[in-house]
Write a protein that binds this ligand. Structure first.
Ligand code: SF4
Length: 437
């Protein structure tokens, strides 16, 4: 079939979620946001325990979660344009000595300074492509900076501009809880490190990329593997070829949506809630399990509902609804398609005729896609502007601070994974890279 050329006139779209929030909070638009505190600068919250305003603000933060020290006053006082100019100047001075990486969900005011933009695994790959860089400034969240440290050379410093930029989902699988779970499963299934007569292990642990290095190290030590939202099915196939069942963490939704699409019945997917004995499931449920789902979730993607999809379809007949697999199962089932950030981007790029897309993923990415593709109508399913709380903690003020510190010969906010964790974590990542459909 011959592709029809696009004919829509380009529209002006401002991809800045920050400016939209400022306008909402000052009453300048009819829109709404999940927290008016989003209009404040992140250093207002840095001394408080918590994820800050945004999608995960209601989640419980671990007591030991990193906090950011005080940002020097000059960066807090500087107007936005001055910060942009200082960032540009510092990058020019540093040249090849630094590479700045920006996650898709990052605010536009930061992404504009990134040398590479991508999802967490793409960005870790970009970090590997720059062995000449002494410093990798990772404008994302903590587990992503850890992964970049695992994949970069020992001489390279990976810097997270705001240490308070964690990830509530990653924090839901704490290494002590996972070790306790493993011990309980060992009592139920027997020796977890010894294969049965058919060469299958009782349980293969699978962790989503969105987990701490400690968790990646755990799965590396226990014959397990890492997955991304792009390759979760391939990784589960890899795991089922080696084990009777899978323990999947931290995101229950990615695990459930992927296993369901592979034909695993819901009744063979019990949950593991780390606050309950045996994870809150019965011995029978666990014995018959094919996938044990850790009780974790992403508060950004949990906001999407079937009602939003129904409304989008009613108001935009013919709209294509695409959601991220971190969304709840009912939302994924109601959508036209579900896939990773990369999948969503490629689906939009592949549309040869003007199309309306209703997207279920983080608002910064959706607004950037809308700006990049004025030939299409692209909007977020959630009408409430509610960015990822922790990504939102990275502000141009922090980026200017870490870059100017490098110019002055000082490395601040370095993220380092200790060798006893890094070695098995790399094994788990290498297994993922070697896994083939
Ligand atoms: S979008 Fe969700 S999974 Fe991603 S960093 Fe934010 S809280 Fe974590």
């Amino acid at each position: 079939m011959t592709a029809t050329p696009l004919t829509l006139a380009p529209r002006e779209i401002d991809p800045s979620v920050d400016r939209e929030i400022q306008a909402i909070v000052s009453g300048g638009t009819g829109g709404s946001t999940c927290s008016t505190d989003l209009a404040s600068n992140p250093w207002i919250f840095d001394t408080n325990p918590g994820y800050g305003p945004g999608a995960s603000m209601g989640d419980i933060i671990p007591t030991g979660a990193p906090r950011q020290g005080t940002l020097p006053q000059e960066y807090r006082d500087a107007p936005e344009e001055e910060l942009h100019e200082r960032i540009r100047a510092a990058k020019a001075t540093l040249g090849d000595r630094v590479v700045v990486l920006g996650h898709f969900y990052q605010r536009d005011e930061v992404v504009r300074h990134a040398d590479h933009v991508g999802d967490s695994f793409q960005l870790a790959g970009f970090a590997k492509q720059h062995p000449e860089a002494e410093a990798i400034v990772f404008c994302g969240v903590h587990f992503m900076a850890e992964t970049a440290d695992l994949l970069s050379t020992p001489d390279q410093a990976v810097i997270l501009p705001n240490l308070a930029a964690g990830c509530s989902m990653a924090d839901m699988a704490d290494i002590d809880q996972v070790e306790d779970c493993w011990a309980e499963l060992g009592e139920l299934y027997g020796d977890l490190d010894t294969p049965d007569a058919e060469g299958l292990l009782p349980v293969i642990p699978v962790t989503y990329m969105n987990s701490s290095a400690a968790i990646k190290g755990f799965v590396g030590r226990h014959q397990g593997i890492v997955c991304t939202s792009s390759n979760a099915r391939t990784v589960l196939e890899w795991a089922f070829a080696r084990g009777r069942r899978v323990l999947f963490f931290p995101d229950q939704h990615l695990g459930r949506n992927t296993a369901k699409a592979m034909g695993v019945p819901l009744e063979r997917m019990p949950m593991w809630n780390p606050t309950k004995p045996l994870g809150g499931s019965s011995e029978t449920e666990l014995s018959e399990a094919q996938v044990i789902l850790w009780h974790g979730f992403c508060s950004v993607h949990r906001r999407f509902t079937v009602g939003q999809i129904d409304k989008a379809r009613a108001e935009h007949p013919g709209a294509q609804v695409i959601v991220h697999p971190e969304c709840p199962m009912a939302v994924v089932d109601a959508a036209d398609a579900a896939g990773s950030t990369d999948y969503i981007r490629k689906a939009i790029q592949a549309a040869t005729e003007p199309t309306t897309f209703a997207i279920g993923t983080e608002i910064n990415l959706v607004q950037r896609l809308a700006a990049e593709h004025p030939e299409h109508e692209i909007f977020c399913l959630d009408p409430v502007v509610c960015p990822c709380s922790t990504m939102y903690r990275i502000h141009p003020g922090y980026l200017a601070w870490v870059l100017e510190s490098l110019v002055a010969g000082e490395t601040v906010n370095r993220i380092t994974v200790p060798a006893d964790v890094a070695d098995p974590a790399r094994v788990a990542l290498e297994r993922m890279l070697a896994a083939r459909p």
